[in-house]
Design a protein around this ligand. Structure first.
Ligand SMILES: Cc1cc2nc3c(=O)[nH]c(=O)nc-3n(C[C@H](O)[C@H](O)[C@H](O)COP(=O)(O)OP(=O)(O)OC[C@H]3O[C@@H](n4cnc5c(N)ncnc54)[C@H](O)[C@@H]3O)c2cc1C
Length: 503
């Protein structure tokens, strides 16, 4: 019996149920498909591939060491799978379930139909605490907890031999996306286990303290997001190992850090479940009562300035330029970029989401669209977060380290002017080499006015809605997506054996 293991966003051998179960059946053909149509989608970008390609190479080395190299094929999944199933007389296809964008969902439906027509069973396994056809969110916490605590799957020691030819896995997929600048310091796909170990033993000590600091979050966060998004690390393994580390940790700050990290791993699955339950949130407002609120007012010039880090607000511009250059940004920076674009610039979240999806190396649709809608205020169940970019700048980057790193044109400015360079008198502009509207833009919107306008528009919109209907829609969102806070679970983890998850 020969089985085909289809690697998707699960580029690892550990805790890989499809591989383990396929090996038990006999010979295995491990396959990765580079799908040109996928790489044409507006939420994909070359930088995703820049991360995936070395991860595939590493996977290939690991599989080769077990006796069977990875076959990387370029083409539509249905075409490739049909051909391979015939060529290798495949009797079963094994893969993980995927909660992706609409395109991957439809691709999977097409693959399902194909395999059914070929009478080949497709065995799909869960890879996150995300449950298909979940009837009720009320039980999600228990389901997730049980699954995440369940035993991890063993790694096969050898793969039964089978002849397979190789494609050139480094050839880049076609891509029509806009040109993002080359990434100067792309996270390394090869180091993920070391990164995790170093984080839980050492860096987690500073995690909580620095999580919202633009300059420090980069070194104190786990930086595991691409490894989790492309499945190089198993979520179940990560959770179990962090829990063990947490239980044995006695140093208070590190314990706090590990606890906060552990909570975020749970958030990952909680957010992904939202997209699984309602794929439409990739395109439509979670609360449909917001439909039409921003669509008509889209201003391309404001969008372009935001996209290029040229808004005239230093922290916003530094965050965007950091993201364009590195492909990563800390949580608060991401939230602030979306909130500023949604409220101050009054832009619809969909183009914002696409631009950021292309920029984030760790793009994970399930987290991404849920978070974007939260920050844009269209869920109807989360408080509106209208960050003031000047206050954020003064509080979170008081010494200007982050701004100076990413905005060279402001480097000479003393701290007293750095957060509001447009207030510089002309004589000082010359002295500090920062000429407003020449070397650095004047603010593209007036802060106070933009905030008032956003509040007024939001208020007007809500006033015009029919209250009953609005409430019903809101209740439906709560029912479908809201986390169920359990009183017992909200107390913080004072004792190591009493864990809680602060949603
Ligand atoms: C608008 C917006 C879009 C986002 N898009 C993505 C995305 O496409 N992919 C992505 O992985 N994260 C996304 N996040 C969540 C978060 O910002 C990143 O996971 C985090 O910054 C990655 O850095 P890290 O690996 O050091 O995370 P850590 O802080 O060390 O957290 C560990 C892991 O927990 C998960 N996690 C952390 N924070 C969150 C969160 N708020 N919600 C859900 N899961 C979380 C991630 O898998 C992360 O790698 C987004 C946040 C916002 C506000």
């Amino acid at each position: 019996m020969t089985s085909l293991v289809w690697f998707k966003r699960d580029l690892r051998l550990q805790d890989h149920q499809p591989l383990w179960h396929a090996v038990k059946e006999g010979a295995v053909l491990p396959v990765y498909i580079v799908e040109p149509d996928y790489w044409q989608q507006p939420d994909t970008s070359l930088r995703h591939w820049q991360y995936i390609a070395p991860a595939l190479q590493q996977l290939n080395q690991q599989l080769t060491a077990l006796g069977q190299p990875l076959l990387v094929v370029k083409g539509a999944a249905t075409v490739v799978l049909r051909q391979l199933c015939q060529q290798f007389a495949i009797q079963g296809v094994f893969s993980h379930e995927e909660t992706g964008n609409l395109w991957t969902y439809q691709r999977d439906l097409a693959v399902g139909r194909l395999l059914q027509s070929l009478h080949i069973p497709w065995h799909q396994y869960r890879q996150f605490a995300v449950f298909r056809k979940l009837v009720n969110r009320d039980n999600w916490f228990e389901l997730a907890d049980n699954w995440l605590k369940s035993p991890v799957c063993p790694t096969p020691e050898t793969l039964p031999w089978l002849t397979a030819t190789h494609d050139n896995i480094m050839s880049l997929p076609m891509h029509r996306g806009k040109d993002l600048p080359a990434i100067s310091s792309l996270q390394k796909a090869a180091d993920v286990h070391n990164t995790f170990n170093y984080f839980i033993t050492t860096r987690s000590r500073y995690y909580r303290q620095h999580i919202s600091s633009p300059a420090k979050a980069e070194r104190s966060g786990s930086r595991l997001s691409p490894a989790i998004s492309y499945g190089q690390l198993s979520m179940r393994q990560l959770q179990q190992q962090s829990l063990q580390a947490l239980k044995h940790q006695t140093e208070p700050r590190q314990k706090q850090g590990l606890h906060a990290f552990f909570s975020r791993l749970r958030w990952h699955c909680h957010f992904m479940q939202k997209l699984e339950d309602e794929p439409a949130i990739e395109f439509f407002n979670m609360h449909r009562g917001f439909d039409g609120m921003r669509e008509a007012e889209f201003n391309p010039a404001l969008f372009k300035a935001w996209q290029n880090g040229q808004t005239g607000y230093p922290l916003i511009d530094a965050a965007m330029r950091c993201l364009l250059a590195t492909g990563w940004l800390h949580f608060r920076g991401r939230a602030m970029l979306v909130a500023f674009a949604s409220y101050h610039l009054w832009l619809h979240w969909r183009p914002i989401a696409l631009h950021l999806a292309q920029c984030f190396v760790d793009y994970e649709p399930g987290i991404h669209y849920s978070q974007i809608q939260m920050q844009a205020g269209t869920t109807g169940i989360n408080p509106n977060r209208m960050y003031n970019p000047v206050k954020q700048s003064q509080q979170k980057d008081a010494d200007g380290q982050f701004i100076r790193q990413w905005l060279p044109e402001l480097r000479q400015l003393p701290n007293s002017w750095l957060h509001t360079p447009w207030l510089l008198p002309p004589s000082l502009q010359q002295r500090y080499g920062c000429i407003i509207d020449v070397t650095y833009p004047a603010p593209i919107v007036d802060l106070q006015h933009a905030q008032q306008q956003a509040r007024a528009k939001l208020g007007l919109w809500l006033n015009k809605r029919q209250k009953n209907q609005w409430q019903q829609q809101k209740l439906a969102v709560v029912q479908r997506h809201a986390s169920r806070k359990r009183p017992a679970a909200r107390t913080t983890a004072k004792s190591s054996n009493q864990l809680s998850f602060d949603w």
